[in-house]
Design a protein around this ligand. Structure first.
Ligand code: NAD
Ligand code: TDX
Length: 332
């Protein structure tokens, strides 16, 4: 059995990765390390706790990371502060976890000669114009906009530097916007679904014309497995499933799927520095590794996600008032 250490495995994508791996890749023996910040939820792993080892800890803890990396074969690194709006309120946790945390993992990887897969985002490339037909590729220059995306860009550069200078065995992937079960309700899609379920009006930042390239979380995770199986050390792969839509379309579709008037949303204050458009060209991943997404119908994916939040109110309802109070302070 290959020993797999998953950082951030109690968060949205990490927890889905644990479930996906247990179901589809029995060759891995899983250990999760997660600090259980506000975004980490041990309940996300409740049903599989007897099949994995869970350690509550910080990726900035050098002694702990040293020990865990030495005990495992492959490290898949999801742990990060992940929300742009929070990074605009307070950048420090982002600098700590995304930069110092990644450097801590890299030093342990270098010491013990283990394999790393670093999870990153398309936001490292900045944004595209709304009327531009271009997409991000693996050679697009880094040009991050927010404290969140700049710390993710910095973490990617650390990985690339450790590959070049110390010849560590590492791959990187930069994925577009994920949706699916277990996503924190601070994020766009779950916020709007839980607003409607709570009798609140969906909130669109600014004009709502901004475009995001949506991918189902299981497609992100199947791509990560393709890279673990067939990826070449030192390479970076973009992950995307041609899911470009503007925010207005997403809110209207959610309202319609939930049986409401599709215009029953409000425009609120825009995000400072709001990135206009993200779009991924995933040709390299598809051609070189033979990966294809399974969830190509966004409307159906949204319907399933709405069903999940409707059926799992206990998972989110205690957090709702606190999240909305923080947004309300910013007129959002
Ligand atoms: P999330 O906020 O839902 O989960 C992050 C997890 O990391 C949480 O469980 C949290 O407790 C843990 N964590 C944070 N700081 C930690 C620390 N110092 N030590 C240990 N654990 C810590 O985020 P997510 O949306 O699941 O994102 C996971 C990864 O995927 C991130 O690296 C993010 O940049 C990347 N990513 C996310 C998206 C997206 O659409 N959500 C898209 C592309 C890439
Ligand atoms: O209430 C809202 N209303 C709204 O219009 C919220 C929370 C967001 N938005 C807009 C802002 C963005 O244009 O929706 C879009 C998506 O917002 P987020 O869910 O905050 O995602 P984004 O900022 O695009 O970043 C996400 O994708 C890339 C993840 O949070 C990152 O972790 C990932 O790297």
């Amino acid at each position: 059995m290959t020993k797999l250490l998953i950082t951030g495995g109690a968060g949205f994508i990490g927890a889905n990765f644990v479930h996906y791996t247990l179901k589809n890749h029995p060759e891995y023996q899983i250990t999760v390390i997660d600090k259980l910040t506000y975004a980490g939820n041990i309940d996300n792993l409740k049903s599989v706790m007897n099949k994995i080892k869970f350690i509550q800890g910080d990726i900035c803890d050098r002694e702990l990371i040293d020990k865990l990396v030495s005990q495992n074969d492959i490290i898949v690194h999801f742990a990060a502060e992940s929300h742009n709006d929070n990074s605009l309120r307070d950048p420090w946790p982002f600098i700590q976890s995304n930069l110092i945390g990644t450097a801590t993992i890299l030093e342990a990887i270098r010491k013990y000669g283990k394999r790393l897969h670093h999870i990153s985002t398309d936001e490292v490339y900045g944004d595209l114009e709304l009327d531009d037909l271009a997409k991000f590729t693996e050679t697009t220059p880094y040009n991050a906009s927010s404290p969140y995306s700049s710390t993710k860009a910095g973490s990617d550069l650390l990985v690339k530097a450790w590959v070049r200078s110390f010849s560590i065995n590492a791959t990187l992937s930069n994925c577009s916007n994920n949706y699916g079960p277990y996503q924190h309700i601070e994020k766009f899609i779950p916020r709007q679904i839980t607003n409607i379920l709570s009798g609140l009006t969906p909130k669109l930042y600014g004009t709502g014309e901004q475009v995001r390239d949506w991918i189902h979380v299981d497609d992100h995770n199947s791509a990560v497995h393709s890279i673990l199986d067939k990826g070449k050390s030192g390479e970076l792969y973009l992950i995307g499933a041609n899911g470009e839509q503007n925010n207005k379309y997403i809110v209207e579709t959610i309202l319609e799927l939930m049986g409401r008037d599709k215009n029953a949303y409000e425009h609120v204050n825009d995000r400072p520095g709001h990135d206009q458009r993200y779009a991924i060209d995933s040709t390299k991943l598809r051609i070189q590794l033979g990966w294809e997404p399974n969830f190509t119908n966004l409307r159906e994916g949204l319907k399933a996600t709405i069903d999940w939040y409707t059926n799992n109110e206990d998972w989110w309802k205690n957090e709702k008032a606190k999240i909305e109070a923080a947004y309300a302070k910013q007129g959002q």
